[in-house]
Design a protein around this ligand. Structure first.
Ligand code: SAM
Length: 243
């Protein structure tokens, strides 16, 4: 059994769905999800956004920033199964351990990672929630890497996806405290102009003035949703023909 890297700690959230805490340079540490429930938070912020895109006839070409425990990837394949629509997804993750563990788990490899039981829990919760077959979603996830329906990349870099445009963006990096680069106006502006398709839906747990301004400057209609678990706001934004 592999062990978790020292800077990572598994933390159960209120509904027993797992989250992961990462500590950078022994100082800044951040939990990946809201302590009130990693699963319902992921459904609310990201799952509902993908379902909305599909309802608006958007072909989901998804960009996911931050694989983490892969909630958004697992939910997306459940929604694809439920709504009977093909998806394609590119996911960035800077931690090699998280990329490797998730890939090995999807392939059913026997070398045990301490994260396998977390993925199993998330898959069970997600297939129960969307009422889809656990074995079908597992099969989809297993073949998704080979068919390039799911592409996993390292640390986010513009060059890694050239000028590829995405119709659904799950913007889930750490907060400004741990990952400040993702939240500056210049980064967000380049990100949206290079990677947001004309018809695009963008969702994140965060709600900052800079984010809202930059989305508006890029012709998105911004919806300030309630935040999850008592947070004041989260942000969803829609551009073009699906608004
Ligand atoms: C809030 S967590 C994502 C949670 C995840 N979406 C889930 O479903 O569990 C943020 C993730 O971004 C990753 N990350 C941090 N810096 C990054 C970077 N520069 N490029 C890509 N991923 C990064 C972290 O390792 C962490 O896994």
């Amino acid at each position: 059994m592999l062990s978790l890297p020292q800077h990572m700690k598994l933390v159960p959230t209120a509904d027993k769905s797992p989250s992961l805490e990462i500590t950078y340079s022994g100082e800044v540490s951040e939990l990946m999800h809201h302590s009130h429930g990693a699963f319902p938070e992921s459904v609310y912020i990201y799952g509902e956004t993908l379902a909305l895109a599909i309802q608006h006839n958007i072909q989901p070409h998804i960009l996911s920033i931050g694989l983490g425990l892969a909630y958004n990837e697992i939910l997306s394949f459940c929604i694809s199964e439920k709504m009977n629509i093909d998806i394609s997804m590119t996911t960035f993750e800077s931690e090699p351990f998280l990329r490797d563990s998730f890939f090995q788990w999807t392939q059913g490899h026997s070398e045990n990672s301490p994260l396998y039981s977390s993925y199993d829990t998330i898959l069970k919760m997600a297939t129960d929630y969307y009422q889809v077959s656990i074995s079908s979603v597992r099969e989809q996830l297993k073949s998704a890497f080979g068919s390039k329906q799911l592409v996993m990349k390292n640390e986010f870099q513009f060059e890694a996806i050239k000028n590829e445009k995405f119709s659904v963006i799950f913007y889930d990096p750490f907060s400004n405290k741990a990952s400040p680069d993702f939240w500056t106006e210049s980064f967000l502006s380049s990100f949206l102009s290079h990677h947001a398709d004309l018809s695009c839906i963008f969702s994140t747990y965060a709600a900052t003035g800079i984010l809202k301004r930059t989305l508006k400057a890029n012709k998105f209609e911004v919806e300030l949703r309630n935040g999850f678990g008592g947070k004041r706001h989260s942000t969803r934004a829609i551009r073009s023909s699906i608004s």
